[in-house]
Design a binder for this molecule. Structure first.
Ligand code: UD1
Length: 433
C-alpha cells in the first residue's frame, strides 16, 4: 500500500485545476446503463472509484473506452445489451455507490440481483430509502443472503414518493429508475446537491423528461427509451474546497481553475470569516493568506446542500487546529464521522469529540508524525494538516485518497508543496467504503 510523505511549512503558490466530480461521474456512469447507445462523458476524473465501477459495469455488458479526447479526459460507455444484471458482493462492498446500479438494471431489464453494500467507516449507512422508493415505483423486492432481488417484469410505474429525510443516494437512485417508468413520478423532499442536477440534466440530454432537479421537488415524465449523448461531468466541489483549505492552511496564493465558486459558497464565507482573502472570478477562485498571520476559530455545522458539506468537515477541522481560539464542529449527516480526530491529535491538535460535536482549540503548531487515513475525506484532512505541520508527516493507507482525488500529490507539488508518494508493492487489501 502506498504512503504519502510531506514536509510542512512551505507556502503554496500556483494554479490547481479542479477535476470532474467523483460523486457525479459514478452516477453518470451508472446512468449510461439506461441506453443501448454510447454515452460520452467528458471532464472525467480518473480515480480508483471510477475504475472500480467500470469493472462492475463491464460485467453487465458495458464497453468502456477511456481516452484523452478534444475536451480532455473522456470515457465512452456503451451497453448495446445488458448481458447480466448481477452485481456481486466483492465489487459492491468496496464502493457503496455501486449499489446504485440496481435502479438502472431494473429499469432496463425488469430484474436485477445486487449485493447489499454493508456498513462503512463513517456509519451504518443503510439503503432502506433506496429500496422503499423502488418498491413505490412498482418493483418487487426480496432479500436473501445479503442480496437484493428486484423484479418489475412489466416495467416500473410512476408514483408520488416523499422521502422521510434527505438522501443524496436514494434521490439519485430512484431518479434513474423513474426516467423509464410508465407515467409521472413526483419526488418530494429530494436532495438538492449539484450532482443530482448534473445527473438530471444528463438524463434529459439522453431524452428523459426531468424537471425541478436541484430543488426538493423533482417531477419525472417517464419515457420508453433513452438515447446516447455527450455530457461534461460537473466540477468537483469537494476537491475544490479541499484545495482551498489546503491553500489557507499552508499560506501563499493559489488559484483554483475549472471550478464553480457558487457550489462552495458557504465554505468560502466561513473561510473569509476565519481571515482568508478569497476572490472569485468566472470559473476561478483565488485563496490568499500570509502564513505569518493567525486564522480565527469559526464554528460550522454540516447540513444538506446548500449547507456546509459533510465531505468538507474533516478538512475544515484540520484548518481550525491552528486557528486562534476555540470552535465547535457539528456533524449532523453521518453518525461516525470524527475518525480523523485521533489522527489529528497525533499531529498535536487539541480536539475533544463527543457524539456529533467536536471542540477544537487552536494550538501554536502541529508536529509531523505517522498517521493513518481512515476514509476518503479524512485522509484529505491529514494532508492539509501535514502541509502546516513542522517536520515530516507520513500518511498510511492512501488508497482512500486515490478513491476521490486525482493526482493529489502532483497538483500540490506543482504549487511548491514538499509532498511525495512512497510506492509499495504491497497489495491494497480493500477499499473499505
Ligand atoms: C453521498 C455522497 C457522500 C456524501 C453524502 C452526503 C456519493 C457517492 N456519496 O452519500 O460523499 O457525504 O452523500 O452529502 O455521492 N440514509 C439512510 N437510509 C438510506 C439512505 C441514507 O438512513 O436509504 C442515511 C445515511 O446513513 C446518512 C444520511 O442518510 O446518515 C445521508 O446519506 P445520503 O445522503 O444517502 O449519502 P450517500 O448518498 O450515501
Amino acid at each position: 500500500m502506498d504512503r504519502i510523505a510531506l514536509t510542512g511549512g512551505v507556502p503554496l503558490y500556483g494554479d490547481i485545476p479542479v477535476s470532474g466530480a467523483k460523486n457525479s461521474a459514478i452516477k453518470l456512469m451508472a446512468a449510461a446503463l439506461l441506453t443501448s447507445e454510447p454515452v460520452r462523458l467528458t471532464n472525467m476524473p480518473r480515480l480508483a472509484d471510477t475504475r472500480l465501477l467500470g469493472r462492475l459495469l463491464a460485467r453487465f455488458g458495458c464497453q468502456i473506452t477511456e481516452s484523452d479526447g478534444p475536451d480532455g479526459q473522456q470515457s465512452i460507455l456503451h451497453t448495446p445489451e445488458i448481458t447480466s444484471s448481477f452485481a456481486p458482493y466483492d465489487l459492491v462492498r468496496q464502493m457503496r455507490a455501486s449499489f446504485n446500479v440496481l435502479g438502472p438494471l431494473l429499469a432496463r431489464t425488469g430484474h436485477a440481483k445486487v449485493s447489499l453494500p454493508g456498513g462503512c467507516t463513517i456509519g451504518a449507512r443503510p439503503v432502506d430509502l433506496h429500496l422503499k422508493a423502488l418498491e413505490a415505483l412498482g418493483a418487487h423486492i426480496d432479500m436473501h443472503e445479503g442480496y437484493v432481488f428486484a423484479q418489475a417484469p412489466r416495467g416500473l410505474k410512476g408514483a408520488e414518493i416523499e422521502f422521510p429525510f434527505v438522501s443524496v443516494g436514494a434521490t439519485e437512485h430512484a431518479l434513474m429508475a423513474a426516467v423509464l417508468a410508465q407515467g409521472t413520478t413526483v419526488f418530494k423532499n429530494a436532495a438538492c446537491e449539484p450532482e443530482i442536477e448534473d445527473l438530471a440534466l444528463c438524463l434529459n440530454a439522453m431524452g428523459a423528461k426531468v424537471s425541478g432537479a436541484g430543488t426538493p421537488t423533482i417531477t419525472v415524465e417517464g419515457v420508453t427509451s433513452l438515447h446516447g449523448t455527450d455530457w461534461p461531468v460537473i466540477c468537483d466541489r469537494i476537491e475544490a474546497g479541499t484545495y482551498a483549505l489546503a491553500a489557507a492552511m499552508a499560506g501563499g496564493e493559489v488559484r483554483l481553475t475549472n471550478v464553480r465558486p457558487d457550489l462552495i459558497g458557504i465554505l468560502l464565507d466561513k473561510m473569509r470569516e476565519a481571515g482568508c482573502a478569497i476572490e472569485t472570478a468566472g470559473n476561478t477562485i483565488t485563496i490568499r493568506r500570509d502564513p505569518a498571520q493567525k486564522l480565527k476559530a469559526v464554528d460550522i455545522t454540516t447540513r444538506v446542500y446548500p449547507g456546509f458539506a459533510t465531505d468538507l468537515q474533516a478538512q475544515f477541522m484540520a484548518l481550525m487546529t491552528l486557528a486562534e481560539g476555540e470552535c465547535i464542529i457539528r456533524e449532523t449527516i453521518f453518525e461516525n464521522r470524527f475518525m480523523h480526530v485521533p489522527e489529528l491529535s497525533r499531529l498535536g491538535a487539541n480536539i475533544v469529540a463527543s457524539g456529533g460535536e467536536a471542540r477544537v482549540k487552536g494550538v501554536d503548531a502541529l508536529k509531523g508524525a505517522q498517521v493513518m487515513a481512515t476514509d476518503l475525506r479524512a485522509s484529505a484532512c491529514l494532508v492539509i494538516a501535514g502541509l502546516a505541520a513542522q517536520g515530516e508527516t507520513t500518511i498510511n493507507r492512501v488508497y482512500h485518497l486515490d478513491r476521490g482525488f486525482e493526482n493529489l500529490e502532483g497538483k500540490l507539488s506543482a504549487c511548491g508543496a514538499d509532498i511525495r508518494r512512497l510506492k509499495s508493492d504491497e497489495p491494497v487489501m480493500e477499499l473499505e467504503e
